[in-house]
Design a protein around this ligand. Structure first.
Ligand SMILES: *Cc1c(COP(=O)(O)O)cnc(C)c1O
Length: 220
């Protein structure tokens, strides 16, 4: 078995063990294989294995790598997990099935315009900035409800909330804040957890876990 596939298989069984150990009910998370920086020949074994959810953080890189493959394989779900520049929205709405990084009215409006033009609605996560870190994307917790309402008025298909925990912050605490917000807004999906905190994300039943290095190895 190819190494990245073996890594994915191991990861899934570790998650299943955690689910049964913690007796977490009615829960089956999707693993997004975050393939940013990796060329398509490193991704190919996972595609051949039948994995369908992949994540990228740059629009141009994603276009180059995925346009042709997505045309051939309609099962593939592509997730935009990085900061989205408004001048790239046109391409992003066309290519991606999910956008995890909506954090401003300006961005939401642009997505709204583009999805009307091509009659395709990507599923949207609103990204929260828990620590109010100035160097990080995301909307402040106190402004989430406002942005959510604006997104709904603009016709966006908002499915949930996404967050990257601050470095000096207990991931589980961060995840719980986001989960509570999600429940308050009656949203169905959470996008929480990366290679170093996915088990904590499992404990709050995150539906989409974004895993890069644990599957593909270290990025250079
Ligand atoms: C790169 C990235 C990931 C994956 O990171 P790993 O630590 O390699 O698993 C997940 N989410 C976002 C937003 C990322 O940019």
């Amino acid at each position: 078995m190819h190494e990245s596939v073996q890594n994915l298989v191991n990861l899934k069984s570790e998650i299943l063990n955690h689910i049964s150990k913690f007796e977490i009910k009615n829960y089956n998370p999707n693993i997004i294989a975050v393939s940013k920086t990796f060329p398509i020949d490193k991704i190919k074994p996972l595609l051949d294995y039948g994995h369908t959810h992949f994540g990228e953080n740059k629009v141009q890189e994603a276009l180059d790598k995925w346009s042709a493959i997505k045309e051939l394989n309609k099962e593939i779900k592509l997730h935009m997990i990085g900061k989205l520049q408004t001048n790239k929205v046109k391409f992003a709405v066309k290519l991606f099935d999910f956008i995890h990084s909506v954090d401003s009215l300006k961005l939401a409006s642009k997505i709204s315009n583009e999805q009307l033009k091509i009659k395709k609605k990507p599923k949207i996560f609103i990204q929260i900035n828990i620590g109010n870190e100035t160097n990080k994307s995301g909307v402040n917790v106190k402004d989430v409800n406002n942005l959510y309402n604006e997104c709904i008025n603009l016709g966006l298909d908002v499915v949930g909330l996404m967050c990257l925990p601050p470095i000096d912050y207990e991931p589980k605490k961060c995840f719980e804040v986001v989960k509570n917000k999600n429940d308050e807004l009656k949203l169905n999906y959470l996008s929480l957890g990366m290679s170093n905190d996915y088990l904590q994300a499992v404990e709050v039943k995150s539906n989409f876990i974004r895993i890069g290095s644990k599957i593909f190895g270290q990025r250079t």
